[in-house]
Each structure stands twice: as C-alpha cells, then as structure tokens.
Design a protein around this ligand. Structure first.
Ligand SMILES: [Zn+2]
Length: 279
C-alpha cells in the first residue's frame, strides 16, 4: 500500500490529460534498481490506479537498455496485482491502416533477450503458454467493443527487441504470412517479467504506420517529392488506447485471479548435485 491507497490496477501509459483531469499525484516508488519518479496514483472512476508514465526512466535508450525489471518491480512494490501495458506499434498487415487498434492475446519473441538475475532470488522460468491474463483481457475486450472505431481482438504482437531499428520489408512480409498483427520492442520482456512476478497482464496497442505508408514515404524521398507526414500523430493514436483504458476502468469489475499467480514453474528442491555426493 502506498499513500493510503491500495492500488488495484497499474497502467503503463503516456497520457498527460488523464493524469491532469483525474488529479493524479506524482510519487516516487523505490526499487532495488533505484527510484522510479514517473509514477502517478489516484482514483479514476473509483478504481485505484497507478499510472507509470512510459518505459523510459529519465532518458530515451534502445529497447535492450530499458530497465523493464525496474518498472515491474515498481508495479509490484505498489501492491498492484494487475497491469495493463499500452503500446505504440508498427503495422504488419498491409490491409490494416495506421490508427488500427488491437487487444493482445499472444506474442512471439524475435529479439535478443537478456536479464540480470539476482542470484539471491530463486530462479524459475515464466510459464508463457498463454502470456496474457484471460480475465483482464476479457474485460478489455468488452470495453473495446464500445469504441466508435474498430478494435481487433486476439491480436498477436511480435517483439522485435533489442536493436535500434524498425523492420525490413521482408521481415514484415514474413510476419504477415504467419498471421501476426503488430510489431514492437517492449511488450516482451514486460509480459515475461509480469508473469515471473505473478502479476496479471494485458495489452492494448495502436499502430502508427503500415507497410504501404512506409513504402510511399520512401518512394517520395526517392522522387524528391515534398515529404509527406506518413506517421499519423502519435498523440492522436495514443488517444485511442487511452479511450479503451478509460472505458475499461469505468466498466471494471473487481476480480481475483488465481491463475496468473500460479502459472510458474518453481522448483524449490533444486540441487546442483545430490547432497550425498558432497563427501
Ligand atoms: Zn490473471
């Protein structure tokens, strides 16, 4: 519990308006990786929330240098057992235009992952067969259906994580041939870390480009045409994910999830070799 507020839901989201309108209070949450200052707490539609303002702690860095562990530890230290990640992503399917919105149901990891594991903590792998919390995702889906714009449910997010570039044409073609929906750099490790920490996790994403718009943009550069803005303002895209999150908070039905917290493969009996072999 922080500041006499029992946080029900944590949300990773960059939305100045929501913070201002709801008079959320900025607090600092300490973690073993140092303090996280970009935390805002308060009530939205009577739900106690913690909003973490994005994933960068202080400065912008490549995704493999983002301290996801620190952010998840801040969520955990707030007492929140549920977390919603909001994402700005790249489009894969040429028939889905920029501004398309998705509720995530699965992910594919295509990145160079690494983690600094504290050896004082017992180790276990995250069980990621179903990476998103079923109940939290269900509530997001129900609220998303009330939007004035279409929202694609059951979307697959490809995590191209760790290197400072966006996708090549062939990579996008391959992802599309697999039926995957969107690509980004942050949903995982975040999802894995949430699971390792027994936190229910769900995701909502908005697409800021698509293969056609990227093609047109480069064609214009080659033809020396006046460069057209091909990325719809990120701010207006983010508004859509914010709208879904607000509706979700308005509709939110408290629940206790006994599944995500148990989806771990802890082995407390691990020994490097049998005790009898010591002598
Ligand atoms: Zn859950």
């Amino acid at each position: 519990m922080i500041e006499n507020l029992k946080v029900e839901i944590a949300i990773i989201m960059r939305d100045d308006e929501i913070i201002k309108k709801n008079n959320l209070k900025r607090i600092t949450i300490n973690t073993s990786f140092g303090p996280v200052h970009r935390c805002y707490i308060g009530k939205i539609f009577d739900v106690s929330v913690l909003i973490i303002y994005g994933r960068f702690n202080g400065e912008k860095v490549p995704s493999n240098q983002i301290n996801f562990q620190q952010t998840i530890e801040a969520v955990k230290n707030s007492g929140a057992k549920k977390l919603i990640g909001t994402f700005v992503v790249g489009g894969i399917n040429p028939s889905m235009p920029q501004g398309s919105v998705y509720i995530l149901s699965d992910l594919v990891g295509c990145g160079g992952y690494s983690i600094n594991w504290n050896q004082n903590d017992s180790f276990h792998n995250a069980e990621m067969f179903e990476p998103f919390c079923e109940e939290l995702t269900k509530q997001l889906n129900i609220s998303a259906r009330k939007m004035s714009f279409p929202v694609k449910e059951n979307a697959t997010y490809v995590t191209f994580y760790g290197y400072p570039r966006i996708e090549t044409k062939k990579e996008l073609e391959f992802y599309n041939s697999q039926g995957w929906d969107v690509v980004g750099q942050t949903c995982d490790p975040e999802a894995t870390l949430a699971r390792l920490n027994q936190i229910c996790y769900a995701g909502v994403a908005v697409q800021i480009d698509d293969p056609n718009s990227r093609y047109d943009y480069i064609k214009n550069l080659k033809n020396n045409n006046k460069k057209e803005q091909y990325v719809e303002s990120i701010k207006s895209c983010r508004k859509r994910t914010s709208q879904i999150v607000l509706q979700f908070l308005k509709d939110y039905k408290r629940f206790r999830c006994d599944i995500c917290s148990k989806m771990s493969r802890k082995n407390n009996n691990f020994r490097e070799f049998p005790d009898e072999f010591y002598e």
